[in-house]
Design a protein around this ligand. Structure first.
Ligand SMILES: NC(=O)c1ccc[n+]([C@@H]2O[C@H](COP(=O)([O-])OP(=O)(O)OC[C@H]3O[C@@H](n4cnc5c(N)ncnc54)[C@H](OP(=O)(O)O)[C@@H]3O)[C@@H](O)[C@H]2O)c1
Length: 259
C-alpha cells in the first residue's frame, strides 16, 4: 500500500502495518507469519496479471493487463477453461502464486523455470515445465502451446529482463502472437500481434480474491505459501544482510527478516 499512499504506516519493516480489511486474510493456525508474508505482494501481482477488468497505466504509455479472467472458485464442478497461460519464471514467488491462482480458475498453466525447480512449479499446478537454460526452450514451449489445442492467452514474464523478453517474443512469434505481461516495464519494440503490459501489485482486482477466496484457500491448503521462506535473522539490523542475500541470487525461496 505504501507504494500508492506514501504513508509510513502502510509500509514494511515494522511490527504492525496498517492494511485495509479488504486486502487482508486470516492466517490459519498451521501457518506462521513468516510463511504468510510470502503471499501478499505476489497475490497483488497475480491479480493484476490475471483478473483485472479495469484499464490502468503504470507509467506514461505502459498499460496494466486487462485479461479479466474468472476468479478462482471452491466450486468443484467448475468446468476447466479452454485457456492456456505460459509463465516465464515459474519458480519465482509471483510465478508460483500466479500458477496457483490461474489453475484454481481452471486455466491450464505451462511454466519455464530452472530444471531443479520443476517439482515446485508442478506442485502449484503447472502441467508442463520447461528449462529456461535448454537451448530448445523456445521451440519446445511453442510446440506445447500449439499441440495443446487450447486458447492461448499469452506469457507472463515474471523475470522481465532483456534476455527473457527475447525468448518470450520468439515463442510468441512461433505461435502467432498473444499477450506479453511483464513484471517490469515491457520491451519498447514488440510486433503488432503482441500486446504488452506491466503488472502493478497494488490494484483493486485483489479485493474480490481477498474477500472470497484467500482465507478459505489457506485453510484448506489450496493456496500454499510458496516458495519457502529463507530466514536471514531477527531484527531490522538483518535487512542489509537480507539485501545482500537477494543480490547474490535466490532460487525458489523468499528472503525474510523476522521482527
Ligand atoms: N510490477 C509489480 O507490481 C511487481 C510486483 C511484485 C514483483 N515484481 C517484480 O517481479 C519480479 C519477480 O519477483 P519475485 O518476488 O517473484 O522474485 P523471486 O521469487 O525472488 O524470483 C526468484 C526466481 O527468479 C528466477 N530467475 C532469476 N533470474 C533469472 C533469469 N535470468 N532467468 C530466468 N529465471 C530467473 C529464479 O529461477 P530458477 O532458480 O528456477 O532459475 C528464482 O527462482 C521481481 O523483479 C520483482 O521486482 C513486480
Amino acid at each position: 500500500m505504501v507504494l500508492v499512499t506514501g504513508l509510513p504506516e502502510h509500509g514494511a519493516f515494522q511490527l504492525y502495518t496498517l492494511i485495509e480489511a479488504d486486502r487482508a486474510a486470516i492466517l490459519p493456525e498451521h501457518l506462521s507469519f513468516t510463511q504468510g508474508v510470502i503471499l501478499p505482494l505476489a497475490i497483488g501481482a497475480s491479480t493484476s496479471a490475471l483478473f483485472s477488468q479495469k484499464h490502468g497505466q503504470v507509467m506514461p504509455g505502459v498499460s496494466t493487463p486487462l485479461l479479466g479472467l474468472p476468479y478462482p472458485s471452491f466450486d468443484r464442478s467448475l468446468a476447466s477453461s479452454e485457456r492456456l497461460l505460459v509463465i516465464y519464471g515459474g519458480s519465482s514467488t509471483v510465478g508460483l502464486t500466479t500458477t496457483q491462482l490461474a489453475t484454481a480458475s481452471g486455466i491450464t498453466v505451462l511454466t519455464i523455470a530452472g530444471s531443479h525447480n520443476f517439482s515446485i512449479s508442478q506442485q502449484c499446478g503447472a502441467t508442463q515445465v520447461f528449462d529456461h537454460k535448454d537451448p530448445l526452450v523456445v521451440e519446445k514451449t511453442a510446440e506445447a502451446i500449439l499441440k495443446s489445442g487450447l486458447d492461448f492467452i499469452g506469457i507472463l514474464d515474471t523475470i522481465a529482463i532483456p534476455e527473457t523478453y527475447e525468448t518470450n517474443l520468439r515463442i510468441l512469434d512461433k505461435v502467432g502472437g498473444g499477450h506479453l505481461i511483464c513484471s517490469h516495464p515491457p520491451p519498447k519494440q514488440a510486433p503488432i500481434n503482441v500486446k504488452v503490459s506491466m503488472i502493478y501489485a497494488v490494484n483493486d482486482a485483489e479485493i474480490p480474491l481477498f474477500n472470497n477466496y484467500v482465507t478459505g484457500a489457506l485453510q484448506t491448503g489450496k493456496l500454499k505459501c510458496l516458495p519457502e521462506p529463507i530466514v536471514v535473522g531477527r531484527g531490522l539490523k538483518y535487512i542489509q544482510d537480507a539485501l545482500k542475500k537477494l543480490e547474490s541470487g535466490v532460487s525458489a525461496g523468499k528472503v525474510v527478516v523476522e521482527l
